[in-house]
Design a protein around this ligand. Structure first.
Ligand SMILES: [Zn+2]
Length: 454
């Protein structure tokens, strides 16, 4: 059965603010689950039935708010495997006075907020009380931001460390990373740090599948280190983490011992986070100040046909507890475009992608292999090539999590398999389908095109 290509459901322009003094603030709330309420907490991201046995470090919702005029923009990162659009809309409904963007860090060491990792196969792992707590805490953090906005300045920095490829174990060809580490630093008028938003692209799953202690994984080490070096609140937003960007299996030298960090340990996770923190700290040293006087955010809801039988069965079995309209064979997901500009020039552009995009769709490098299921498909335009600002970010798992977003020409469920493999590649099993990438790329291109001059 074939579904029509892109059908754009709704077009929403949220013009945030224009032409005023920059104001900013930051706030966080703990979203660590209560392990003493008598109900098991199932941890998401690997297999089913992984009940948490303790807490190593807290999970957080961390927000930075910016405004150059009337309606403030709140950018929040949640330590969660992923939040569906339905839950993000609940957060938005709680603070209609702000434009709210919610990105999941994709931590594999926190509660199952999506339902796929319950006690056993076919049983939802969603604890509605926990999802409601997460929504309430996010709303609280955003409200605190709105009540503490103060005059601010922004600096932007980016760095691609020479040895960064060593921090990814990419299990699926082509081996492509979106390796750049980007930072947006917000200072108050006394030059004290309000917040540092950091954007990179790697899976927070360094502890591996056997760990049963709740943790924010390597972003915990990143936030702790960078907050001690720079002050203020760190907000880590993940990027194009698909196909497969993971520190699991990477050989990382621990600068403390000069020896390889033992895999799947807390020290290993911390070393990854500290590596990112140290590079951000150095890059911010000679960061450019960006005088921002206008912020716009635009969003489009796209409809993507769901080809994944596993997702359709999960929806029918009630694993998502009513979230997402997958029952009808379609998934509705938001695609977003954010731009910060000053004196008519773009300073920072951000593509907001509702899932785990393969990095070749961000920076280019898609490989056509005749063994793919759609060898004649057009190659999607790389997201970052659509942007023209000196700093370009891609926010992954943004406002939704629809799974992997795979270049259509690399989609490969049927034999023969691409790149000479004798078995199926991992990826498609956690993707809504082959139309996700072309529909999202097209929607983003339209958003950029129709957003006018900075
Ligand atoms: Zn993932």
């Amino acid at each position: 059965m074939r579904f029509p290509i892109a059908s754009v459901l709704l077009f929403a322009c949220v013009c945030v603010a224009q032409g005023g003094e920059l104001m900013a603030s930051a706030a966080r709330r703990s979203i660590t689950p209560d392990l003493k309420n008598g109900r098991p907490v199932y941890m998401a991201g690997f297999g089913q039935g992984r009940a948490a046995t303790g807490v190593h470090d807290d999970l957080w919702v961390r927000c930075v708010a910016l405004s150059t005029g009337e309606k403030p923009l709140a950018v929040c990162a949640v330590d969660s495997i992923g939040l569906f659009w339905d839950d993000v809309r609940k957060i938005r409904a709680g603070v209609p006075q702000a434009t709210v963007l919610v990105m999941s860090t994709h931590v594999h060491e926190g509660p199952d907020t999506m339902g796929l990792w319950g006690a056993k196969q076919g049983v939802s792992g969603i604890d509605e009380e926990y999802n409601a707590l997460l929504v309430a805490r996010a709303v609280e953090a955003i409200k605190e931001c709105l009540s503490t906005m103060r005059p601010a300045t922004i600096s932007l920095a980016a760095v691609t460390p020479k040895d960064v490829a060593g921090y990814f174990d990419d299990s699926r060809p082509p081996v492509v990373h979106d390796p750049q580490i980007l930072a947006l630093a917000v200072n108050d008028m006394r030059r004290e740090r309000i917040a540092t938003l950091v954007n990179w692209s790697n899976h927070p799953e360094a502890l591996g599948s056997k760990n049963t202690l709740i943790t924010a994984d390597w972003p915990a080490g990143l936030c702790a280190r960078l907050e001690s070096l720079e002050g203020g609140l760190v907000v880590y937003v993940n990027g194009a983490v698909g196909g497969m960007q993971s520190p699991l299996g990477a050989k990382i030298i621990d600068p403390r011992t000069k020896q390889p960090a033992p895999p799947e340990t807390f020290r290993f996770a911390e070393a990854v986070g500290e590596y990112v923190a140290d590079h951000v700290h150095e890059a911010l040293h000679d960061a450019e100040r960006a005088d921002v006087d206008a912020i716009i955010y635009r969003e489009k809801l796209v409809e993507i046909p769901v080809a994944n039988q596993g997702f359709l069965m999960a929806a029918q079995a009630g694993l998502f507890k009513g979230r997402q309209a997958m029952e009808a064979g379609k998934s509705k997901a938001p695609v977003g475009y954010l731009r910060l500009s000053g004196q008519g020039r773009p300073k920072l552009e951000v593509a907001l992608i509702p899932g785990e995009m393969y990095p070749e769709l961000s920076v280019g490098g898609v490989v056509k292999d005749p063994a793919g299921d759609f060898p004649g498909a057009a190659v999607e335009r790389p997201v970052k090539s659509m942007l023209t600002a000196p700093y370009k970010m891609l926010f992954g798992l943004a406002n939704d999590e629809i799974g992997y977003i795979i270049p259509k020409v690399q989609w490969d469920e049927k034999p023969p398999y691409t790149f000479g493999s004798t078995k199926r590649w991992y990826g498609e099993v956690n993707s809504v389908g082959p139309e996700a990438a072309p529909i999202i790329a097209q929607a983003l291109e339209e958003l950029v095109k129709t957003s006018g001059k900075p």
